[in-house]
Design a protein. Sequence first.
Length: 276
Amino acid sequence: MGKQLAQPVKSEQQLPRPLGEAEALTERAFLLEDTMHILICDDDAVFAARVETLVRDFFARRGLQVECTVCHSGEETLARRDLDLYQVALLDVDLDTMNGISLGKQLRQCSPEICLVYVSAYLEFAPEGYTVNAFRYILKRDLDCQLPRCLDAILHEQDHRAPKTLTIRQNRTETELPYDSIYYLESDLRKINVYGDVAHQPLCSYYGKLNELPQALFENGFLRVGRSAVVNMKYIRQISSYMVTLRNGVKLGVSRNGYAEIRSTYLEWKGQFGDD
């Protein structure tokens, strides 16, 4: 699947051609929240299942998506064809047929950015773990308290390292729009038009619904102002008289029933984050 980073459009010549109803879009566009893919390798099947349960519970409590793959040997792990998919590997050090450190080195060859976490019953293996730049070394006896802390640290680091983007999948390609490039999203029948700094010229259009937008968008400064529009509060000039005015001059109607709450939410956000 091709992946491209979309940038704000500055001229009409750079704009993607608007999608007409007559155009055959064979796939519906989906907005995807990031899913963490975690690989677990331990030759003790019972303990591996315990690790998986802790991981799934951790992500479920935070409303985040996770996909876990459990393997019981280094050979089974390396035989997988999707190793470049995983962001995190939770590995036992003392495997039956392959040293976990060696396994970590080979995983790094397939996925250089993978985060290696070693889970072992033996503290003496810890120095070896850091020879492969392991993120953390956890003793099995401390798993219940240390694994959630480790996963929290991983999420925190990735959140600060990765740019915040909205991922749109359409026609077998993925497009990533940086949050900062989006002024507002507007529903138009069965489509959503995404607008940037050029007034009334969409960055892109796709089939979808506003209520399908990922929660992460709203946790990063976006606000729904009515049935048909979601705006980036960073680009609001003012909200008054049941209208929101953006910095590029675009005016959007605000829901009368929710006007007071919408305006209050914006003013609270502005007081916390201020103007750029």
